[in-house]
Design a protein around this ligand. Sequence first.
Ligand code: GAR
Length: 219
Amino acid sequence: MSARFPVAVLVSGSGTNLQAILDQAHGRDGVEVVAVASSKADAHALERARQAEIDAAVFESSRYSDRSERDREMAAWLERHGVRLVVLAGFMELLTPGFLRNFPNAVINVHPALLPAFPGAHPIEDQLSYGVKVGGVTVHFVDEGVDSGPILLQEAVELPYTRSREEILDLLHTIEHKLLPRAIRLIALNAVRFDRDNPRLVRVDESLIEETAAVKGTK
Ligand code: GAR
């Protein structure tokens, strides 16, 4: 049996990625989602957390004197839950360096583009207006920059000819919902290592997840 690996998920919106984590990672390989924190009180993701009976709280920046204070309180709340990994699943705010120091190499983010292309808050619109033929999804560790931390998993997809943001979003969501739960399970399985000589280079031992899958008869 895998050791318990408590995870927190940070959200701001609909929470389809949170749902994918609950459906595909929660309860596997020791992963236990113990806390959901939202930057918005009306995020539908909070309802998903309630349905799954997971402790949820709102940390709206406007209610604090500044972002550092918000992040201090949020980090303290997460530490009380014994969190070992913080997952940004559509969390649309930057975290302060102080927050990140509380969880060294233990904050990951999902981004709907092939980084380092199209970082920032409007990656779908940016890819559409640039007219790229190949897009994708990146799961990366979070550092102090904007979508700039070491890359953990990436998957590319050919983008159809379309003017529809929704069409691209649906396509990329399908990939996110597979990649993000997988990244969490790989970290819980201790299958992720930073290269000794180049910490930007992340080595992932995918075989560990396959072995577990074979044992459990699930993937
Ligand atoms: C996801 O597509 C996620 O990649 C994106 O927000 C969406 C949240 O959807 N995040 C970013 O763009 C971060 N830069 P969800 O609330 O349904 O999971």
